[in-house]
Design a protein around this ligand. Structure first.
Ligand code: GAF
Length: 384
């Protein structure tokens, strides 16, 4: 949706021009899954798909919200009445951001907001984080709060954890706020230090496909939280602050110390090996060996499927079919239990691969997947 369209719709809804229009993207995670709440490494990049928001300030303690993507009238909320887990629908994301800003002492006195998004929802591509970040960025600019991108990401994470009630990490909000076009973001989630890694697949004759399985997922459901709790249990049993503190070289010894805690053993093994995979991918990309990251992505999928146990038949089918049809690597991306997979392939193989995945889905009587090419795009910004 273009900035102009969002601006015009705002004017129709609220009877006045917005003070500006902002956009924040969804993301694909290249590697580093379920490492962010273990203080580990992640490597997302921004999609061209984005949430766009036209916003104007108010001074009367009222927040008015409207979305082009959801049926229904403008929702009006009183800032003083905002309370964690009081909104059960999409309004919880923008309202949660306003709540988190005010709770942190920022003088936000109200806003009119109209949102429109092209990020597929429930597809593991961070549609919720993009809604949070676009609103946070707009209010930061309009109210002159002077917050840096990483601080906005932290506030958005707080909105999601406390207000929405989903125990997620910091990756998605940081990706939406901080990614740069043509790059993947190598992020250390312990201190939020970042490095932009050039990631221009087209220049190398490569493509990265996203396959949205159309199996919807939600992180406020119990399974994500159970994995997180299991990782925290592992860290406690091993006497470290977070699983990040277990060095890859010490993994076997650490697993031996966990004895018959079988489930914890699998979770710890995934997290520690996944951090190592992120470091390997960074080294390969920096060495110009882009094709060689393929098998590392595939290893990551096996670990998420067998150790972390968050894949599903549709995601496994994408990965298996892609690999059998010449893909360089493939894995599920995002939180799991549905959502999307990514496939790294030679540009020349894209059509054959896409057809093979579509046919495999039809043969398995699964809902047809949505396949598109992911081009590393810009992070959040003001667009009008
Ligand atoms: C979801 C969460 F929101 C992220 O914080 C991250 O944990 C991811 O799942 C798994 O890597 O997207």
């Amino acid at each position: 949706m273009g900035a102009q369209q969002v601006r015009e719709r705002f004017a129709e809804l609220y009877g006045a021009e917005p003070e500006g229009v902002w956009a924040a993207p969804g993301r694909v995670n290249l590697i580093g899954e379920h490492t962010d709440y273990n203080d580990g490494f992640v490597m997302p990049f921004a999609l061209p798909h984005r949430a766009t928001a036209a916003v104007a300030r108010r001074t009367d303690g009222v927040l008015r919200l409207h979305s082009a993507d959801v049926e229904g009238p403008v929702v009006e909320l009183s800032l003083d009445a905002l309370a964690p887990q009081s909104d059960q629908d999409w309004t919880a994301y923008p309202a949660g951001v306003v709540w988190a800003l005010r709770e942190a002492g920022h003088p936000v006195t109200g806003a009119d907001v109209h949102l429109a998004s092209t990020v597929p929802t429930g597809a593991g591509l961070s549609s919720s984080a993009s809604l949070e970040v676009v609103v946070a960025l707009a209010l930061n600019d309009l109210y002159g709060l002077g917050l840096q991108r990483w601080q906005l990401a932290r506030l958005c994470q707080r909105a999601e954890n406390v207000y929405v009630g989903a125990p997620t990490g910091i990756m998605d909000q940081t990706a939406s706020a901080c990614c740069e076009s043509g790059h993947a973001l190598f992020l250390d989630t312990r201190d939020l230090s970042q490095r932009q890694i050039p990631f221009d697949l087209a220049a190398e004759g490569l493509r990265l496909l996203v396959v949205d399985t159309q199996v919807k997922h939600a992180h406020s459901g119990g399974e994500y939280g159970k994995r997180r709790a299991g990782c925290e249990k592992g860290a406690a049993l091993l006497g470290v602050d977070a699983l990040r503190d277990i060095a890859y070289a010490d993994l076997d010894a650490a697993l031996a110390r966990l004895g018959d805690e079988e489930e914890v053993v699998r979770l710890v093994r995934h997290v520690v090996t996944e951090d190592e995979r992120v470091e390997r991918v960074v080294a390969l990309l920096r060495g110009g060996e882009t094709r060689a990251i393929g098998p590392v992505l595939t290893e990551g999928h096996a670990s998420l499927r067998d150790d972390f146990r968050i894949s599903c038949p549709e995601l496994d089918l994408v990965v298996d079919t892609a690999l059998a049809n010449g893909a360089l690597g493939a894995r599920m991306t995002g939180g799991g239990f549905g959502g999307s997979a990514i496939v790294l392939a030679e540009a020349a193989d894209v059509d054959t691969l896409t057809k093979a995945v579509e046919e495999a889905f039809a043969a398995a009587a699964f809902t047809a997947p949505r396949v598109f090419e992911a081009v590393p795009s810009a992070g959040a910004g003001r667009v009008d």
